[in-house]
Design a protein around this ligand. Structure first.
Ligand code: 5GP
Length: 374
């Protein structure tokens, strides 16, 4: 029997956060750092709960740039053990903020075990599969946990609350990655018809995760992943109870990205930049960056020898303008979050979900303001 839920599920664009009375006098008073205890890991983490997604552009440079801001980079899963080892030896202080990603393959776990043995430390881990709603995935996460009792483990993706509970209780996961189909380079909703609106996913999954406790302060936690197009969307995810927010496209095009860049060139004695390299350029600068969904055949071809013909590509290619340094992006991000806190009277990022009230809106709020011409 087919069933249909008549309860409307909401996306970020379906709501606004209602401004509230505030006693704050300055944005500088707002504390954006959080301290987390985890359901399984004995580690205590302090920082700004924003992560760069484990997409192909999440490089060591990105990890270094974000660690400076106490933010997390989930390195893409194709870095070699040797390169990971060298990075962690060179930047031991970044270990809290640099997560090593794996997929769901025996060789992925072996890769991680090799790193652990070489390094003598257990790195924090991001386990990423397109559909985490699978019994075998819960068992796989449990196996990773058995081998890495100290690591902070992020795993997903799921949207359904029973899967969140299962991954936390039985899968040994600390942070459940929530969101299917919303990513900027994701075509799952078109290719398969599957997905779940992200704001409701955050509200529902954070509620069940926070209801699970495994000792003093050791709550289940979630990461909102996919579909945050603006700082406003990041604020909505945090207000909807998400503990961390994972961003892919938002960081794509920043200086620290690894991948396909386009440049423009300044030739000798010329004062204008041109798109084609004249062969005698004196300077070049980045103009555009192209990234690919991690499940696209292109991304797989880059790193894997055997493309699986039975799998459809659930990703797309996106080209974005050069966005400047990661520092610039972070400044814009944190400025927006601070302002949101001011509008709702929250003196810290931690209190956003307690202070926020959403109102449902029609699409008029998205219309360009004709005066500003935005
Ligand atoms: P964004 O912040 O760009 O909107 O979303 C990032 C998220 O999109 C990633 O963390 C990941 O969960 C998801 N994603 C990345 N590549 C693909 C892909 O090829 N297919 C699908 N379905 N999701 C992807």
């Amino acid at each position: 029997m087919q069933t249909i839920s008549n309860e409307i599920k909401l996306d970020f664009d379906d709501v606004l956060i209602e401004p509230q009375r505030s006693t704050l006098t300055s944005r500088s008073e707002i504390n954006l750092e959080r301290t987390f205890y985890f359901y399984h890991s004995p580690r205590i983490w302090n920082g700004i709960p924003i992560m760069c997604a484990n997409m192909s552009f999440c490089s060591f440079e990105m990890a270094k740039s974000l660690a400076k801001h106490k933010m997390i980079a989930c390195l893409h899963k194709y870095h070699s053990v040797e390169d990971l080892y060298n990075y962690f030896v060179q930047y031991p202080e970044n270990i809290d903020y640099t997560f090593v990603s794996i997929g769901y393959k025996k060789s992925d776990l072996n890769h991680l075990l090799e790193l652990k043995n070489k390094l003598g430390k257990q790195p924090n881990i991001c386990i990423d599969v397109p559909n985490g709603h699978m019994d075998v995935f819960v068992k796989y996460c449990k196996k990773v946990r058995e081998n890495f009792p100290e690591s902070i483990i992020v795993a997903g993706n799921v949207t359904n609350t029973s899967s969140t509970q299962e991954l936390l209780i039985y899968g040994g996961v600390d942070l459940v990655k929530t969101g299917i189909g919303g990513g900027s380079a994701c075509s799952t909703r078109f290719v398969t018809g599957c997905g779940f609106p992200q704001l409701s996913a955050c509200l529902e999954n954070s509620y069940v995760a926070h209801g699970l406790q495994n000792g003093p302060k050791k709550l289940g936690l979630i990461v909102s992943d996919g579909g945050h197009k603006t700082v406003g969307d990041v604020c909505k995810a945090l207000c909807a109870g998400s503990d961390f927010v994972m961003l892919g496209g938002y960081f794509a095009g920043s200086e620290s990205c690894d991948g396909e860049w386009q440049y423009e060139y300044l030739a000798n004695n010329d004062s204008f930049w041109q798109p084609l390299d004249p062969g005698y350029e004196t300077q070049k600068r980045k103009t555009k960056f192209t990234y690919y969904g991690m499940s696209t055949h292109h991304a797989q071809e880059l790193y894997e020898s055997n493309i699986k013909n039975y799998r459809a590509s659930e990703g797309t290619k996106i080209t974005v303008p050069y966005k400047g340094s990661v520092d610039d992006i972070v400044q814009e991000l944190l400025g927006g979050i601070r302002s949101c806190c001011c509008y709702i009277g929250a003196d810290s990022l931690k209190h956003m979900s307690r202070c926020a009230k959403f109102c449902r809106v029609n699409n008029i709020h998205k219309n360009n303001n004709p005066v500003l011409g935005v």
